[in-house]
Design a protein. Structure first.
Lengths: 695, 449
């Protein structure tokens, strides 16, 4: 199969091509572009440092250590030994249980034939490394990712494991594979960021390109804050090629953390905590542990992405640009310490490069790298989950060859994004980081424990609290709207850009027979989507165009709902997005189809055959959430989700499916299958792809 | 948790601050009649919760009869693990949600006191003690610290050896020349380790997934002191307070376990119990004997289709007294309770005769601490299946030994459990495992964990 080109959203090309001039549709013109030179040798050396740092952090860090029923945080620093933590088989201070008894927890094993230690696969890096094969062989489209996972058979924990199952079972495409509604039970977990942050090494100095990649790859396995953290870390990795001070890197990268979001609050609190306690490691470890919040479906508090994010930030602050200190603090702060240390030490590796004068050089070289002969082992047989199972994937690969693959992919991405390769140097159009475009008002997550921020009538809106997230998504509170005839609750945004597009992401759950509009309203102008009978919590997204600076965005029970019907919602998050209509394929009104829908769609001239775009399909579905398969010219392309929009066929409701698509021919026949169901299909558009912060 | 947390200088202060937060979120609930709602959080114990809920219902009626404008609501936290339950409670404290009174295992109380998570209820306990209606000694123990009380016993419970009489009878029928007796119910003349090993071996049969086992006894720290004492040794610490794990009495006990697990394979391993718990195996007839607590009396007599016998805990040799580990779980009020004063009234109502009688009627909670309720509890045990074992059940109260719970106990217990698979799979010998238990306990004592 011919691979899909790397993400080159038209917006990005235009930004670069127009030399920082705004395109007619892109609102994200707030980046500065500066051409910088990076030698090939330096790129290789820094990327090697980054990858070795990932290995080093993993082999040094302590993961999920408990102190009785409490997470053990602020572990004794004297336990730290570089490259000799529990994952290197050192159980002097902590015995991790059955995998250690079976001899497979130790991921740093001596190969007696070569007399060299090899680093064995773990989720801290096995997908990071696999991503390079995907980019090289399949590109970065959702379709390519799905095909790659299907071909090579990923074995993983949590969100990655469920994504693989959904791909195998349905051929489901990202981002549906990472969502609650798509069937991923662990999308809240850490896989989003621990497995994709090194995509920043594919786009040095180009953090926004890195984030386009991360948006695609991370949303295959995750949603929510896990993806925000992935973008933060990926941005740092990207920036680290041209900036040596980790605190400066963090300050620049924090722009990707939406204002008022939990990750941003965590970041700001870490800075405050560090400024007050720059030398009290145990105290800050314990303080951070108190910041924890419940998350829907979380089953191990030590996997909370935001608390782990806090420990990562604090490790860089306490590490104070010292490689070994950063590795030590990130290994010992607690929670998911091996992953945190892989992220933190990997970043220090990019900053430092892998140079003989470095303090860490000798140990890394003598225990992992072996002057270029060092090997990474894909452990597909021992029973330790993270690996790539297929025999056509490598079993052993030289670490240098992995780095060469990063470099090869970087070179393609560089050229595709306006950079150049000149002799032994890269000329990189480096950019600053996109500014935050979110609109998170103070009580967007109900944690003020009141209804501030929302307008409603008849006391229909209440706030509820709960210790386990059943009707809420995060934290301890959510909103409950009770119907007393077309009841509604909305937030009035007064600072939107007229003419711009916005995307609301929120979490909803309803009583069994409720049907609800999600609306964006300016006077008589109302844009809507609907959802119905959603008895399990899901993420709901809604894209609309602001026809004024003042827009009321909210929920309204439809005429088909009954009094006392309930809507629970939480995390009401809005962001401004890039949105470009490339072509309208069909203007038809909603028409019912049984089992299948077929359409011939012509490729717009400005779209390349191997370029990913979005097919936007209007639909009405009154037969429960449906995973529909999309065939392209007779072959399965991938699957996606039709939500339940309506209570009955006569309801007025509808929603839009946004399906990542790649044209095979100048004119493709698409065939959408929903066996046993009757679904209304309406208008069809082709959009340029765009990344979102609130996945 | 959007309210900004102040930067604090020490953990104690951090935990004290949780109390301070309560004033920030004044979300005290009232019902339609203006009663203040006090929420009680319970673990999801399917066999015990009918009892606790009956006690709470009765306590509500008592509150009403006292003219108190307070009512109790119950929250069930969906876990049957005390660690997970505690973790959820700690999270709820941070978020100022959930119950303000909880029932918590004795093992977790010292840690909660040290973490400043419990309300001082000395005035409530003193009032109960002064009434003369309670077994005052029961208030002592882990909930008494620095001359203050932080909890009230929910009852006292101890361990017993339960056995499937039908399995013994079937064996004897099939082996007329090799009869085995039922285990002894006499605490002064209990069956010996070797006798129990012989019974367990004979009552085991089959291979692989269909294997039937003779006995299950958790070789955990909480019971180790009991078996050691039954073998003539000490309950973890000797009479001088010195650690006494690395002693022959302990080695013998774990070599006995070793023989049952590895040589005879008459005891299910942790791998076996991961597919079906020991309790489920006993209930289904897969297991002939099990050492478990009085809290199982209800299920073992109502959910089985065979006759159940009750015996004393085995001893190392004839002539040794049989001791049994005693557990005294607690009702506690959380430090940052939104209803601190109302909680105290509720705690008293939960200890009323009416409430304890309602609990006892469900055969839950063990032996009540209120003297006039003990007989009621014993009467509930006097059903057809248990009648002949009442003396054994009651007799265990006289030979109880307490687990030496401490602030570091849970960490020690956790470390030992994490290493248990190394012993069970043969990576460590029984003696090496006992040495490891000793080493970890010493680390706990020295604050090195």
């Amino acid at each position: 199969m011919k691979k899909t080109l790397f993400l080159i959203p038209l917006s990005a090309i235009l930004l670069i091509g127009c030399n920082n001039q705004a395109s007619e549709y892109s609102k994200f013109t707030d980046v500065e572009i500066t051409n910088k030179t990076l030698s090939k040798e330096e790129y290789f050396n820094k990327t090697l440092g980054g990858l070795l740092g990932q290995f080093a952090g993993f082999l040094s860090g302590y993961e999920f250590v408990w102190d009785g029923p409490n997470p053990h945080v602020g572990m004794p620093l004297e336990w730290f030994e570089f490259l000799n933590g529990p994952y290197a088989g050192n159980y002097d201070h902590y015995f991790p249980g059955d995998y250690a008894t079976q001899g497979i927890y130790d991921r740093h094993k001596l190969n007696e034939e070569t007399n060299m230690y090899e680093v064995w696969s773990d989720d801290d890096y096995h997908i990071d490394i696999f991503n390079q094969t995907i980019l090289d062989e399949f590109g970065s489209s959702s379709y390519g990712i799905k095909e790659a996972w299907k071909k090579y058979l990923v074995s993983d924990w949590g969100g990655g494991s469920d994504a693989m199952n959904l791909i195998n079972r349905y051929g489901l495409l990202a981002p549906f594979t990472g969502t609650i509604e798509g069937g991923n039970r662990y999308g809240w977990c850490t896989e989003g960021y621990i497995e994709n942050e090194t995509l920043g090494m594919n786009a040095p100095g180009m953090p926004n390109v890195a984030n386009e990649l991360i948006d695609k790859f991370a949303s295959n396995v995750a949603y929510g804050d896990s993806i925000i953290w992935a973008k933060f870390y990926g941005t740092m990795y990207s920036l680290a090629y041209f900036e040596d001070d980790v605190k400066t890197i963090m300050e620049e990268a924090k722009e990707v953390l939406p204002l008022n979001s939990r990750p941003r609050e965590i970041y700001d609190k870490c800075i405050e905590l560090y400024n007050e306690h720059p030398n009290e490691y145990e105290l800050v470890a314990k303080e951070i542990a108190l910041w924890r919040e419940p998350i829907y479906r979380i089953d191990n508090i030590q996997t909370d992405p935001s608390i782990n994010g806090a420990y990562a930030i604090m490790s860089w602050l306490y590490g104070n640009n010292d490689y070994m200190d950063t590795c030590m603090y990130s290994s010992m702060f607690g929670y998911d310490g091996d992953c945190t240390s892989a992220i933190c030490t990997g970043l220090m590796g990019v900053i430092n490069g892998f140079k003989e004068t470095n303090e860490e050089y000798d140990k890394l070289n003598s225990l992992i790298y072996y002057n270029g002969e060092g090997v990474y082992f894909n452990d597909r047989d021992s029973g330790f989950p993270p690996s790539i199972k297929s025999d056509v994937y490598f079993t052993r690969i030289k670490i240098d060859d992995i780095v060469k693959l990063y470099q090869k992919n970087f070179e393609e991405i560089l050229v595709a994004n306006g950079g150049k390769i000149e002799g032994d140097n890269y000329i990189i159009p480096t950019t600053t980081v996109y500014k935050d475009h979110s609109h998170l008002f103070k009580n967007y997550n109900a944690e003020e424990r009141n209804t501030d921020g929302f307008s409603y009538s008849n006391n229909d809106l209440k706030v509820f609290t709960e210790g386990t997230n059943t009707n809420s998504h995060t934290g301890y509170a959510g909103f409950e709207l009770t119907n007393s005839r077309n009841s509604e609750a909305y937030h009035k945004f007064s600072d939107l850009h007229e003419g711009s597009y916005y995307r609301l992401s929120t979490y909803v759950k309803t009583s069994s027979d409720a049907e609800i509009e999600l609306f964006a309203r300016t006077g008589d102008d109302v844009q809507i989507i609907t959802f119905a009978s959603q008895e399990d919590l899901i993420n709901k997204t809604f894209i609309f165009k602001a026809n004024s600076n003042d827009v009321e965005v909210g929920f309204k029970f439809t005429d088909d709902s009954n009094n006392e019907d309930k809507l629970y919602f939480d995390d009401f998050m809005l962001e401004e997005i890039d949105y470009k209509l490339i072509n309208n394929i069909s203007d038809q009104d909603l028409k019912i189809s049984s089992n299948t829908y077929t359409k011939n769609i012509k490729k717009p001239s400005e779209v390349e055959l191997n370029e990913e775009i979005i097919i936007k399909i209007q639909y009405k579905n009154y037969s429960d959430t449906t995973i529909a398969s999309l065939n392209r010219n007779g072959n399965l392309f991938g699957s996606f989700v039709f939500s339940n929009t309506s209570l009955k066929s006569t309801s007025d409701g509808y929603d839009y499916a946004y399906i990542p698509y790649v044209f095979e021919k100048d004119s493709d026949i698409i065939n959408i299958n929903f066996e046993g169901k009757r679904i209304y299909i309406g208008s069809i558009d082709i959009l340029d792809q765009s990344q979102f912060m609130f996945r | 948790m959007k309210k900004s947390l102040k930067i604090l200088s020490m953990l104690g202060a951090i935990l004290v601050s949780l109390g301070g937060l309560s004033s920030c979120k004044n979300n005290t609930k009232t019902d339609e009649e203006g009663n203040t709602i006090v929420t009680v959080s319970l673990m999801n114990s399917t066999n015990e919760n009918p009892g606790w809920l009956a006690q709470i219902d009765a306590a509500n009626k008592v509150l009403e009869s006292w003219g108190e404008k307070i009512r109790i609501e119950t929250e069930i936290i969906m876990t049957d693990s005390w660690d997970t339950f505690y973790s959820k409670v700690a999270s709820n404290m941070i978020g100022q949600v959930g119950g303000t009174i909880i029932r918590i295992a004795e093992s977790h109380v010292p840690m909660m006191i040290e973490n400043n998570q419990l309300q001082d209820i000395t005035d409530v306990v003193n009032e109960l003690k002064e009434s003369g209606e309670y077994n005052n000694a029961s208030f002592d123990g882990v909930a008494y610290s620095d001359s203050k009380y932080y909890g009230i016993p929910t009852g006292t419970q101890h361990m017993l050896l339960f056995y499937n009489k039908d399995k013994f009878d079937e064996y004897n029928l099939a082996h007329p020349s090799d009869q085995i007796s039922y285990p002894s119910g006499d605490w002064e003349n209990a069956s010996t380790f070797s006798e129990i090993r012989d019974m367990a071996s004979k009552l085991s049969s089959g291979e692989g997934a269909s294997r039937e086992f003779g006995i299950s006894m958790g070789p955990y720290l909480a019971y180790a002191g009991m078996y050691s004492k039954n073998n003539g040794g000490y309950n973890i610490f000797d009479d001088n307070g010195e650690l006494a794990i690395k002693t022959e009495a302990f080695y013998d006990v774990y070599e006995w376990f070793d023989a049952l697990l590895k040589t005879d394979k008459s005891m299910p391993t942790t791998s076996d119990t991961s597919t079906s718990s020991a309790v489920d195996r006993f209930l289904s007839g897969n297991l002939a004997m099990i050492v478990d607590g009085v809290w199982q009396l209800h299920d073992f007599t109502t959910l089985t289709n065979f006759d159940v016998g009750v015996a004393a805990i085995p001893v190392g040799a004839e002539g040794l007294t049989s001791y049994t580990t005693t557990f005294v779980d607690k009702w506690v009020s959380l430090r940052n309770s939104r209803t601190a004063e109302e909680d105290k009234v509720v705690l008293k109502a939960l200890q009323s005769a009416e409430a304890l009688t309602a609990l006892g009627k469900k055969s839950v909670g063990g032996f009540p601490i209120r003297n006039d309720c003990v007989e009621n509890y014993v009467n509930t045990l006097d059903n057809g299946k248990l009648h002949e074992y009442l003396d054994t059940i009651i007799g265990g109260r006289e030979t109880g030994v307490q687990v030496p719970y401490s602030t570091y106990y849970n960490s020690v217990d956790q470390r030992i459990n994490q290493r248990m698979s190394s012993w069970i799979t043969g990576e460590m010998t029984a003696r090496e495992f006992v040495d490891y238990m000793d080493e970890v306990m010493r680390q706990g004592i020295n604050g090195e964990l």
